[in-house]
Structure formats: structure tokens, C-alpha cells
Design a protein. Structure first.
Length: 233
């Protein structure tokens, strides 16, 4: 009888201690199981009902992919892009006959594109963008498919005074459902004064190899510009 009473007494004490410990928070609930990794929608498949910040762009122009194989490259490039731009207006020279001339400003568009990419290919002195592209194509480092971190080279455009072509740095790309691409680009010297145009949006049509600026200073006129292609490493 005494043994049964002794066992019952200790069981009762253990229950009371457990209850008091649980109530005081000494016994913690196990942490919740980690939820499955959120499935990021593929580029161009985001929920169309989600609100989009008003950036002044068309809806599809807000919809660049933040995920994917190029996401890290895009972030690293954007973090380091400030050191590539330090505006240096052209020096003014006064001549004896009363007129003056203004020297070349910096960074020129090609200088900026090389700085952003680090590409050392085809350094042929004062190479023009078109010369750079043709040399890169001979070395098989060009493509017609836009890639984040590449340089898109626009062909010579006499009407617009682009006698040597024009390079732009491709910040980010997005494939559209109709075979075209939306590009986010940055470039300098769009105004012949070496000013910087950051994050302009360009519609690239690979079927016709043309580019049309949707935002930025060139958006008012730059439509169906001939594209030579994209320079890679």
C-alpha cells in the first residue's frame, strides 16, 4: 500500500511540475517547419492583377525579371556602375582669330561601355563602335540574342549624325511573347555632351535587327534603329 502511494505521489508531482513549466514558457513549442520555397513566376508570367508602381512606363516595361541566371550579374553590375561615369566636359580652346573650339568630352559612349563590361577585346587604338563590333564578330564573340552584361551596337546612322555607330550597355533583358525583347540599357554621349542616360527601355526586334527606344531622351525619335548585334566576352 505504501509503495503504491509513493508511486502515485511522485507521478502527481511530475504532472504538476510539467504543467507549471509549460505555463511559464519553459517548455517551448517546436519551431514551425520551413515552408516550401516560394515559386517565382517565370519572366513575363507575373500576376497581371498585382499593382505596378507608376514609373511612367508602359505596363510591360515595368516587368523585368528579378530572378533567373542573370539576376546576380545584374545586381553586381548595378552596384559597380557609378565608378564608370565621371563627367568631364570638353576643354575650351581660344584661338587667336577670336573663335574657340571645344574638345572631346568624357566618358564617350564606347569608353563607358568598355568600363561597364570590362571587355578588353579589339582594342585597336581609337576604335569606333562599328569597328569594335566587326572585330569582335571575326573573333566569334558576338550574338544576335540580347544578354544582360553585353554591349548592343547600333549601326551607322547618317541622318542622326552617328557616323561611327553607337554602343549601349545592356543592364537587363526580358523576352516578350511575340519574339521581341525588352531591354533596359544605359549609355553616355547621347547628346554629344557625354551626359548619362541610365535605365532607358528599348524594344529589340531580332527578326528585323532593330531597336526602338521606349523611354529616355531618345524615345521621341529613336525608332527602328539598325542593330548590328551584341558583343560578349
Amino acid at each position: 500500500m505504501n509503495n503504491r502511494y509513493f508511486v502515485f505521489r511522485h507521478l502527481l508531482i511530475a504532472v504538476i511540475i510539467a504543467f507549471l513549466s509549460f505555463s511559464s514558457g519553459c517548455v517551448q513549442e517546436p519551431p514551425p517547419l520551413p515552408s516550401p520555397q516560394e515559386q517565382q513566376p517565370a519572366c513575363g508570367e507575373q500576376d497581371k492583377n498585382m499593382p505596378v508602381p507608376d514609373s511612367g512606363l508602359q505596363p510591360e516595361e515595368n516587368d523585368f525579371c528579378s530572378q533567373g541566371p542573370d539576376a546576380g550579374k545584374v545586381r553586381d553590375s548595378e552596384h559597380g556602375r557609378a565608378h564608370c561615369y565621371n563627367l568631364q566636359p570638353g576643354a575650351v580652346t581660344h584661338h587667336k582669330k577670336g573663335h574657340r573650339s571645344i574638345g572631346r568630352c568624357q566618358p564617350q559612349s564606347l569608353i563607358y561601355a568598355r568600363c561597364r563590361t570590362g571587355f578588353m577585346s579589339c582594342r585597336l587604338g581609337d576604335t569606333s563602335p562599328v569597328q569594335w563590333f566587326h572585330c569582335a564578330r571575326k573573333n566569334k564573340i558576338t550574338t544576335s540574342r540580347p544578354t544582360a552584361g553585353s554591349v548592343m551596337v547600333l549601326d551607322v546612322n547618317v541622318k542622326r549624325g552617328m557616323s561611327t555607330g553607337h554602343p549601349v550597355y545592356v543592364e537587363q533583358v526580358k523576352a516578350n511573347g511575340d519574339g521581341t525583347w525588352l531591354l533596359r540599357i544605359s549609355h553616355t554621349n547621347y547628346d554629344r555632351k557625354c551626359h548619362l542616360d541610365l535605365d532607358a527601355t528599348v524594344l529589340f526586334n531580332p527578326a528585323h535587327m532593330t531597336a526602338s527606344f521606349r523611354s529616355g531622351p531618345w524615345s521621341s525619335w529613336a525608332s527602328d534603329l539598325k542593330v548590328l548585334g551584341f558583343i560578349l566576352h
